[in-house]
Design a protein around this ligand. Sequence first.
Ligand SMILES: [Zn+2]
Length: 73
Amino acid sequence: MKCHLCGGRMDSVCTDLPFKLDQHRIVVVKDIPVEQCNSCGEFLIHDPVMENLDSLIDSVDSGVELEVRRFAA
Ligand SMILES: [Zn+2]
């Protein structure tokens, strides 16, 4: 798979990403499987992973300002 920005090679890696839910709420999800470009750092999340992330984020307690979760496929 090639990077859509620079044409570099995309590698399958696991990374940690923050998701801002609203002005005061952030969820950090660890060990998310993504494809990352090894020249420019652009990354891409596949649809099934995105769906898992959506449900994980939905399950976060709405009273919490910062939460760290581990991605589980
Ligand atoms: Zn790239």
